[in-house]
Every structure is written in C-alpha cells, then in structure tokens.
Ligand binder design. Sequence first.
Ligand code: FEO
Length: 392
Amino acid sequence: MNKREIKKGVYYVGAQDWNRTLFDALIPLPDGTSYNAYLVLGSEKVALIDTVDPSKKGILFEYLKDVNNIDYVISHHAEQDHSGSIPFVLEKYPSAKVVTNPKGKELLMSHLHIPEDRFITVNDGETLSLGNKTLKFIYAPWVHWPETFVSYLLEDKILFTCDLFGSHLATSELFVEDESLVFEAAKRYYAEIMMPFRSIIQKNLEKIKDLDIDIIAPSHGPVYKNPSFIIDAYKDWISDNPKNLVVVPYISMHDSTKIMVDYFVDRLIEKGIKVQLFDLSVADIGKIAMSLVDASTLVIGTPTVLAGPHPKVLYVTYLANILKPKARFATVIGSYGWGGRTLDIIKSNLNNLSVELIDPVLVKGLPKLEDLKLLDELAEKIYNKHKEIGVL
Ligand code: FEO
C-alpha cells in the first residue's frame, strides 16, 4: 500500500484492524478499530506521528518501505496500541528520536524498555521545526493516560489527537464520509475510554478552542475534515447535562424480575421518558456504556442470588461506577426469595457516582398487584425528577 496523502507532505500510514472483536479485553467492537499513524515530511526533518499496535507493524513498515530516514517519532500516548511498534521503528531508523513529554518518557521506558538516550522531551506549548512544517505540542492529560498530549501542525492546521476524538471503526475511508456511522463508533470509544475523565476533557477542550483547525487526525477511526462535527459531539457528551433517558440493565432467572422490568419500562414510556433496556445475559457492554453517556437515571433490575445481586449485575454496576457517567438518579428493582443484602451491595458498588438514590422496589417472589403499584409510583417519581432537572 502506498502512503495515503492527507495534505501535501502529510500522509496516513496506519493500520485497520478489521477483525478485532474486543478492546481492552472488555468492550465489543462490532466494526473493528484502527491504529492510525501519520508521516510528516518537512523540508529538513521527517516525523512519524505515533505508530500502530505491534500486531499490525507489518502494515506500518509496508507504508514506510520507501522512507529512508525518520528523525522524530512523536509519541502522544504510551499505551501499546499506539506505542507498541516504536521499538521496531527505532531499530529500523537508528538515528530516530522519540519525542514525548517527561511522563510519556517514563511510561515508554517502563512499558517498552526504550533506552533513555533515544528520547527528546518537550514541554507544554513547545514547538519542533521540520523545516517548512512546525509541530506545536499541547499537553492534554488524561485523554487517555496522564502523559497524553496532542500536536498541532501549524502550517497545515492539522491537529493530531491520538485517543481524543477517536472512533472504533475499521474502514477503507481515509476521511469521515458517513457522520452518523462515525458518531456511533466515536461514542462507543468515548464511553469506555474518555467518560471517566469528563471534567478534565472540558479543560483540555478549552486549551484547543482557539486553534484554527482544518483537520483532526485521531489515532483510531477516520480523519475529520469537519472538526466541528466531533468537537460538538464531545461538547455534548462531556457536558453536565444528561438527557431524558432511563437506562435499565437487568437480568432475571425465573422471570419475576423480568415481569417487573417490563411493566416498569412501559410505565416510563407512557410518561414520555426514553428508555434503553439491556438484558445482561446477552447485552453488549459497549452499548450499555454508550447509553450511560446520556442517561439521567440508572435503574438496575436484579434478582437476589445467594444473598446479593446477580453477579452480572455486580459487573455492570462496577463498570458504571468506574466510568463515572453524569447520571443524577439511580434505583433498583427486582425480586428476592427470602432475604439478602442486594440493595446494600449495589449501593456500595455505585459510590463513585453523584446520584440521588431513589427508594427501590424489591419484592418477595412473583410480583403481586400491589407490587406493580409500587412500580407505578417509582415511575412517577422518576418522571418528577426528570421534570425537576429540566430534561422533560
Ligand atoms: Fe488507543 Fe489509550 O490507547
């Protein structure tokens, strides 16, 4: 494959991972993903912007087959899906230096054993001249690790953002063509990788807001020729404003909890509340994470198993707790056989969330008519809460 030109002297040299089905051994990838690297040919120096997952290094080197010299490898992020091929690049180009910040250097040395004398460290706001092209480095911590930064190519107005603005999408299209497709893939990416750092991303977006950006070139998914599309999506996702949405992850063993969930969801819908329902025995964890980007309310449906929540419910509450969505309310519905500590265990598992806990509806055995009335009341409470916060 020949290098794919983004702008004169700036090329895509990354790899599509069409067949990857799971990211971080956690989030399903229905559309694969990519590891984007870019080559910037200045009049005096050559820079490689990030590399690719080591499993795809053959593709990177195919792109680089006629590149005789690389002066700098800009490493925005030490995670191995971008940095993992750096040692192979340094081996092929013995005079190349890795350009990163001090934290990046520390992490690259510990994760990849890159020798200290192969590094050049840069400060926030520092520039690096490639001759007729200039890279400006802007620290952007926690998108996704503490060392992350972005680079702005001044003359071409390209912002290289690594994980920030990325999407889990393998595609033959270099640039975004179908924005709705990329929106979903970028939201899936944001939900798992970025959502826990929502407030920090707000500060990072402030740092880039005055840049004149023609193109955003992330390290996952296609390149944005319309930067405002993804910047506006992020502004919405990172905002403190949830939507009129209730997310209901649930599981049921003998249908009692399912009867409650189905009844309750119908009541919410009748009140004009949007609902996303996930049966945890089959649900895509990535879809649940995506729904949490917008939800005002989390309602967990669980039976009591061996005195506590079903293990799959614990798994999803733990995930919600570490992803720290902006939800304002949470509650639990479900059925138990004779007792247990289901509610206490779920509550302690959601301690990272700034949610008001609404009284649960936990019933003994098969729900009776009076139990369903309690669900009517719970739906009414959630309706009123959504009205109070102005999403309904
Ligand atoms: Fe795509 Fe945090 O690595």
